[in-house]
Design a protein around this ligand. Structure first.
Ligand code: NAD
Ligand code: TYD
Length: 340
């Protein structure tokens, strides 16, 4: 039985990972640390909170005293760091919090790991650290040796954290791994990101903002496949290594939006082309050969099935995203914890 610290577990991928681990490793204990920023939603973890093997702690990963106090109290075997500011558009508006959480927060966690000892520190990173690929070179893919070449304050902060993680491995011998995944989609995706934004706005017959010409390509991975990859890496991945995660599901933004409209029976006239994002990356595409050959990982859900499952989830869980859009979710913590 292991005790695993999952940071950022009230967010999109972290919450899916919490549920994945509670299901696939029922004897392990999961401790989740999350600052509950605008992107964190404790109601997402409502079912996990019923499980005796789950503990939630509200804390900022950049708060050294709080993080060290938690490590003093618990004995973590594995740390998986999802906590981050994650929205490129917000990083263009205000980069500072991205540097604090994504870089300094990573440093604090690794300092705690060094002091108290762990088996494995895993950094959840992104393919955005590689910059972008040209649209007319469909033969090119990101491998683990593609040079770091960032575009946005978000990707620059994630790349900085990756370099720090590799430095802590080389200098201090910290047993680390890093995964760099392509765009995720699925349940609990915050409704300001492309896919849930389009689903929720199309259902309300609102205009659908597509940046530029909508020709940018993303390599979409169903979130559960990301979780299974991280599970394999933390248990069987080689220390000091980087693993790319992606399943060859490239789509242009326009293809994604039109697929959702068709599934919902809504007209394409809702699409509104808006001013492009500054520095907008053209294409992301992952070569997953390393994780496939070394660890036997393969994605289970291809885009056409995954997008339908995702749309169904949003249709069946309207209260979850309507609470976010209305802002009510931010009162959940006080409601649940004020008398504890
Ligand atoms: P998210 O924005 O949905 O969730 C982030 C979570 O981190 C939230 O619960 C938030 O409250 C928490 N958080 C933010 N700052 C914190 C802090 N200082 N201390 C503690 N908690 C804090 O993000 P996501 O999409 O779930 O992404 C999770 C991780 O995966 C990030 O590191 C991101 O870079 C990486 N990633 C995301 C994608 C994607 O497509 N979403 C793809 C590849 C990698
Ligand atoms: P996003 O979900 O923000 O992820 P990322 O920028 O990290 O890849 O955006 C996915 C793509 O969709 C990206 O090319 C930007 C585009 N996009 C729009 O066209 N309109 C929108 O309203 C949003 C949020 C994104």
């Amino acid at each position: 039985m292991k005790t695993i610290l999952v940071t950022g577990g009230a967010g999109f991928i972290g919450s899916n990972f919490v549920y994945y681990m509670l299901k696939t490793h029922p004897d392990d204990r999961i401790v989740c640390v999350d600052a509950l920023t605008y992107a964190g939603n404790l109601s997402t973890l409502e079912q996990a909170l019923q499980n005796p093997n789950f503990r939630f702690v509200k804390a900022d990963i950049a708060d050294r005293d709080a993080i060290f106090a938690l490590f003093e109290e618990e004995k973590f075997d594995i740390v998986v760091n999802f906590a981050a500011e994650s929205h490129v558009d917000r990083s263009i508006e205000n980069p500072e919090i991205f540097l604090k959480t994504n870089i300094l927060g990573t440093q604090v966690l690794m300092d705690a790991c060094r002091k108290y000892g762990i088996e494995r520190y895993h950094q959840v990173s992104t393919d955005e650290v590689y910059g972008d690929l040209p649209l007319d070179r469909t033969d090119l893919f990101f491998t683990e040796t593609t040079p770091i070449h960032t575009s946005s304050p978000y990707s620059a902060s994630k790349a900085s954290a990756d370099l720090l993680v590799q430095a802590y491995h080389r200098t201090f011998g910290l047993p680390v791994t890093i995964s760099r995944c392509s765009n995720n989609y699925g349940p609990y995706h915050f409704p300001e990101k492309l896919i849930p934004l389009i689903i929720s706005r199309a259902l309300a017959d609102e205009s659908l903002p597509v940046y530029g010409k909508g020709e940018n390509v993303r390599d979409w991975l169903y979130v559960e496949d990301h979780c299974s990859a991280i599970d394999l890496i933390i248990h069987h991945g080689r220390v000091g290594e980087v693993y790319n995660i992606g399943g060859h599901n490239e789509r242009t933004n326009l293809q994604v939006v039109k697929t959702i409209l068709k599934a919902l029976g809504k007209p394409e006239s809702l699409i509104t082309y808006v001013t492009d994002r500054p520095g907008h990356d053209m294409r992301y595409a992952i070569d997953p050969t390393k994780i496939t050959t070394e660890l036997g990982w393969k994605p289970q859900t291809m885009f056409d099935d995954g997008i339908q499952k995702t749309i169904d989830w949003y249709l069946n869980n309207r209260a979850w995203w309507e609470n976010i859009i209305s802002g009510d979710y931010q009162h959940y913590y006080e409601k649940m914890y004020q008398n504890r």
